[in-house]
Design a protein around this ligand. Structure first.
Ligand code: GLN
Length: 304
C-alpha cells in the first residue's frame, strides 16, 4: 500500500511555513479571530485506515460545508421533487451572489450558493419537528460523534451581519420559493453554518458520499443514484466560481466553507479534509486547495 502518512506529512511540511496563507474571513466578525497558521489534514480510507497531520483535531466553523449535509437530508425527504425548487447548474458566481435577480422564476442556480442553501433550509424546517436539534442530530449520526455542536456566538455573529443573506431570503420569499418566515429560515441557516467540527469528524461524516450512501455506522441513508447526484453537484458547484479551478487542479468532488475547511472524496477509495483558515479571493482555503492539489498529484488518485 502507498505510504499515505509520508505523503500527507510531506505536503504539510511543504506548506506549513508558507507566508502567503490568504485572509481569514472577517465579514462574519466571530470568525476573524482565528489564527491563520492552523493547518491540518485528515485522510480516511474506505478500507478503514486513517492518517492525520497537524491541527486535524481542532474544531472549526464548517460554514458552507454544512450545505452538503442539508442537501442530503432534504434529498432524502423529497426525492426528485427537490429539483422543482432548485436547479443544478454551476453559477460561475460567488457564493453570496444574488443571481436570483437575473431569473424570472426565483429558482436558485444550485443548492450550494447561499440562495439555494436557503431554499434547502426552508424545506428542512417544513419537514422537521425540531429543526435545529434534528439537523444537529443527523450530522452527529453521520459522523458517529455526539460531541459535535453549534457555536452560538458564530450563529449570532452572522445573524447580526448577514444582510446579504436577508436579501436573498427576501427575494426568494417574493418569488414564492420560501414557505416559512424569513427570520425562521435564516435562524436555521446561520446555525447549520455555525456547526463546529474538526477534520477527522468531517471525513467521518462524509464517508457515506464515498461509500454509495452507506454511513460509518453501516446504515444505508441515500441511494447510490442520489449519492452520484450529490457528488456531481459537489464537483460542479462545490467551490462556487472556482469549481472549474478545483476540478482542474485537484480533480475530486468536494466542498469548501469560509471557515477554511475543505472536504473532498474519491468514491470507493477515500475522504480527505483539510483546514487552513486563510482564504483566497474566491472564498476558498488557499493552503487547503494547494494541499489537495499536491495530494492528488503525488498519489495519482483523482476521478480523472
Ligand atoms: N455562512 C456563510 C454565508 O452565508 C457561508 C458561506 C461559505 O462558507 N461560503 O455567507
Amino acid at each position: 500500500m502507498m505510504d499515505f502518512q509520508h505523503v500527507i506529512n510531506s505536503i504539510h511540511d511543504d506548506l506549513k511555513h508558507e507566508v502567503n496563507r490568504g485572509l481569514v474571513a472577517n465579514y462574519i466578525p466571530e470568525l476573524s479571530h482565528i489564527d491563520a497558521n492552523n493547518f491540518g489534514i485528515y485522510l480516511k480510507l474506505i478500507s478503514g485506515e486513517n492518517f492525520s497531520v497537524g491541527h486535524s483535531n481542532t474544531p472549526f466553523s464548517i460554514q458552507s460545508i454544512s450545505k452538503v449535509f442539508a442537501l442530503s437530508m432534504a434529498f432524502n425527504f423529497k426525492g426528485d421533487q427537490l429539483w422543482q425548487r432548485l436547479d443544478v447548474e454551476p453559477s460561475g458566481d460567488p457564493f453570496n451572489h444574488l443571481s436570483l435577480l437575473e431569473l424570472e422564476n426565483g429558482i436558485p442556480r444550485n443548492p450550494f450558493i447561499n440562495s439555494g442553501a436557503i431554499v434547502i433550509a426552508d424545506i428542512l424546517i417544513s419537514q422537521l419537528d425540531n429543526p435545529k436539534a434534528d439537523f444537529l442530530n443527523y450530522v452527529r449520526e453521520l459522523a458517529n460523534d455526539n460531541s459535535i455542536n453549534y457555536n452560538e456566538s458564530v450563529a449570532t455573529s452572522e445573524k447580526t451581519t448577514g444582510f446579504n443573506n436577508y436579501a436573498a431570503a427576501n427575494l426568494l420569499k417574493s418569488y414564492g420559493n420560501l414557505e416559512n418566515k424569513v427570520e425562521d429560515v435564516l435562524d436555521f441557516y446561520f446555525h447549520q453554518c455555525a456547526i463546529e467540527m474538526n477534520c477527522e469528524q468531517l471525513t467521518s461524516a462524509f464517508f457515506m458520499f464515498a461509500n454509495h450512501g452507506v454511513c460509518l455506522q453501516n446504515i444505508k441513508r441515500l441511494s447510490s443514484s442520489q449519492i452520484k447526484r450529490i457528488n456531481a453537484i459537489m464537483l460542479t458547484c462545490g467551490f462556487y466560481d472556482e469549481a472549474g479551478e478545483f476540478a482542474f487542479e485537484v480533480g475530486l468532488p468536494g466542498k469548501s466553507g469560509v471557515g477554511g475547511g475543505i472536504v473532498a472524496l474519491l468514491p470507493n477509495q477515500f475522504v480527505i479534509s483539510t483546514w487552513s483558515p486563510g482564504l483566497n479571493p474566491k472564498g476558498n482555503s488557499k493552503i487547503g486547495m494547494q494541499a489537495l492539489e499536491a495530494f492528488t498529484t503525488k498519489t495519482k488518485l483523482s476521478i480523472f
